[in-house]
Design a protein around this ligand. Structure first.
Ligand SMILES: Nc1ncnc2c1ncn2[C@@H]1O[C@H](COP(=O)(O)OP(=O)(O)OP(=O)(O)O)[C@@H](O)[C@H]1O
Ligand SMILES: [Mg+2]
Length: 607
């Protein structure tokens, strides 16, 4: 996975994200569209003027010329049709390419953004930006641009025809134009605000649906379907109201524009008829004039739509800009990645707070190359927070975490994360096969080599037997977030995934929290083997697991309250020896229980 996505990513970083720069990037396509549209409107001009000649010629009895012109008119009409299709393809495709590129840039940005951004913007909101907002921007850069060019050329072409036939009739028929402009302007700002409200409402609706589907099990277990429905209904109702308000405005826009253009048509028939009677206009001239004016109707209406389209595209772009402008919080440091990594980690006086709430207070420890360190502490002590700060999954303060003596904030992010592997406590699995989940960081997770690596990692993480028992083995799809696996299985699949990446430093966040005694023992043996190969930080609440590490630090309310070897800490009065005592008694009780009711325990172990 390492080489190809990184080139794609650096390409994505170069994509211009402003609307103006996207427009300039596709100028060659727009240029080609411009030439085609000019040719199309020139063909229309030719058609109108020759139509007039053919018609007047036929009335005057010059049937041969009328026939010849008629044939040519058909040819030109067919050619114009072809040019029109081509022009639309050229310009619309530029809009589609812009949409494609902006989507890539958006995803690239989303990958850079940190926990602060995701805490602020929900998945539903992000999805609506990735879909409907991008479509609006595409409409602006495709349909919008096409109609600006087309309207301009249609005006030139049609007015050249009408002015050459009758200046007076042209002026009379355009009397309604100022009204058209005024109405358009009045509509545009309202469409902008209503559209923004509409987009916001759909964002909230998708966010509601997303969270209620993701939490469907919780909803069911509390029988809260009705309350969820009510919340959904409220958002749905709001979206309906907003979209109806927008539809009413947009719906009334078209007919009003058409009514205004109809005034122009009445004027042409009335005044044009008069001009024919006083012999200032030929019937052919009238026909050509009327056709030219009719050609102008759609471009002028499109001009009205265009105002709305530009407003909508801008509103949507403003929503995209909220993602583009978000500050990543975590970025690459100025130093290059070192050639070799020893795998020594030092934490110096690390303090950290989430929203003013201090979680870690002056934590210090040193993990030598190839060493192992257990972090033990009560729930909420700050162990997972410490774990995510080490590979900079959460931005931490400068001058507190050092990899081989260099501040991790000074190193490239990808380097830090490839050196410090992290198996999360609440394992996240992708909704794909078990094999792909484990081989996630491999270049080709489906390849033959990959299969062997994945198998070995699964064996090491003590999950191989269970995977082989699944209906399709490694090819079993685990469902969204791995719902088809048990908590303990998910945890071990995540452990196997971390093992595949072979990091110099492996951070295991409570890998034993969801496994039974037998699996715990097997995992501990696997951890022992890992300890020989790399530096390991093992976060655990089990003293038996911590005993396998060279050193132990005990965290309490974000502070290191004890540190030393397992044996040293057992000797001292304090949290660690209290934990050890608690767990010894638990163990005793479990042993006594198993002696009393060995059948029962044997039965449950077999499950
Ligand atoms: N993303 C977050 N935003 C705000 N506060 C958080 C966040 N994550 C954790 N906390 C808070 O930080 C404190 C430490 O949490 P942390 O997850 O590090 O504890 P832990 O030692 O890993 O606990 P456990 O043993 O239960 O996994 C808790 O009080 C928790 O509420
Ligand atoms: Mg934790």
């Amino acid at each position: 996975m390492s080489s190809s996505p990184s080139t794609t990513l650096s390409d994505s970083a170069k994509i211009p994200i402003s609307l103006g720069r996207q427009f300039r990037r596709h100028l060659p396509s727009y240029g080609a569209g411009l030439v085609l549209l000019a040719a199309y409107q020139a063909a229309q001009y030719w058609f109108d003027t020759r139509l007039m000649r053919a018609f007047d010629g036929a009335i005057a009895g010059d049937v041969a010329q009328a026939g010849l012109l008629g044939g040519l008119l058909i040819l030109v009409a067919v050619a114009a049709f072809g040019i029109r299709v081509l022009s639309r393809m050229t310009v619309f495709n530029a809009g589609r390419r812009a949409e494609y590129e902006l989507r890539r840039a958006l995803l690239f940005r989303l990958q850079l953004l940190g926990p602060a951004f995701y805490g602020r913007m929900s998945t539903g909101e992000i999805m609506s930006r990735m879909t409907s907002d991008l479509q609006q921007v595409r409409a602006l850069l495709g349909f919008g641009v096409l109609n600006v060019i087309n309207t301009l050329f249609a005006l030139i072409s049609a007015l050249s025809v009408t002015l050459s036939i009758s200046v007076k009739l042209t002026l009379a028929s355009l009397a309604s134009l100022p009204l058209l402009m005024l109405v358009t302007r009045a509509f545009s700002s309202r469409i902008y605000t209503r559209n923004r409200a509409n987009q916001d409402a759909i964002g909230q609706l998708s966010s509601e649906v997303q969270s209620s589907i993701a939490g469907v099990r919780v909803v069911r277990s509390f029988s809260l379907e009705k309350a969820e429905m009510a919340r959904f209904q409220e958002k749905n109702q709001r979206y309906l109201e907003k979209s109806l308000a927008l539809a009413r405005l947009r719906g009334s826009f078209g007919p009003i524009m058409q009514a205004i253009t109809a005034i122009g048509v009445v004027i042409v028939f009335w005044y044009g008829g008069h001009l024919i009677l006083v012999k200032e206009l030929t019937p052919g001239g009238f026909l050509a004039f009327y056709r030219a004016l009719a050609r102008l109707t759609w471009p002028l209406i499109a001009l009205g739509f265009l105002v709305a389209l530009v407003q909508r595209g801008r509103a949507s772009y403003a929503r995209l800009a909220e993602v583009f402008d978000a500050v990543p919080g975590i970025g690459d440091g100025p130093l290059p990645a070192p050639e070799t990594t020893r795998g020594e980690l030092e934490v110096r006086d690390l303090s950290f707070s989430y929203d003013e709430q201090p979680v870690l207070k002056g934590v210090s420890f040193r993990l030598p190359e190839g060493g192992s360190l257990a972090v033990v502490g009560k729930t909420g002590a700050g162990k997972s927070t410490l774990a995510v700060l080490l590979p900079r999954l959460q931005p931490g303060p400068r001058g507190s975490i050092f990899l081989d003596g260099t501040d991790v904030c000074d190193l490239p992010l990808a380097h830090v994360r490839s050196v410090i592997g992290y198996a999360q406590q609440d394992a996240f699995l992708f909704s794909t096969t078990v094999g792909r989940n484990i081989g996630y960081c491999l270049e080709d997770p489906d390849g033959a080599d990959a299969h062997e690596i994945v198998r070995r990692a699964a064996e090491e993480a003590q999950v191989l037997r269970e995977i082989e028992e699944l209906p399709d083995g490694f090819d079993t799809v685990v469902g969204e977030r791995g719902v088809q696996l048990s908590g303990g299985q998910k945890q071990r699949v995540a452990l196997a995934r971390a093992l595949v990446s072979k990091p110099r430093i492996l951070v295991l966040d409570d890998p034993l929290s969801a496994v039974d005694g037998r699996t715990e023992k097997a995992i501990l043996e696997a951890i022992d083997r890992q300890l020989k190969q790399r530096s390991v930080i093992l976060i655990t609440h089990r003293v038996s697991a911590a005993a396998r590490c060279d050193q132990v630090v005990v965290l309490d309310e974000g502070r290191v309250v004890q540190s030393g070897t397992h044996e040293e800490l057992l000797e001292q009065p304090g949290l660690y020896s209290a934990f050890a005592e608690e767990q010894r008694i638990e163990g005793e009780l479990a042993r006594l229980g198993s002696e009393d009711g060995s059948d029962l325990v044997a039965g449950s172990a077999a499950q």
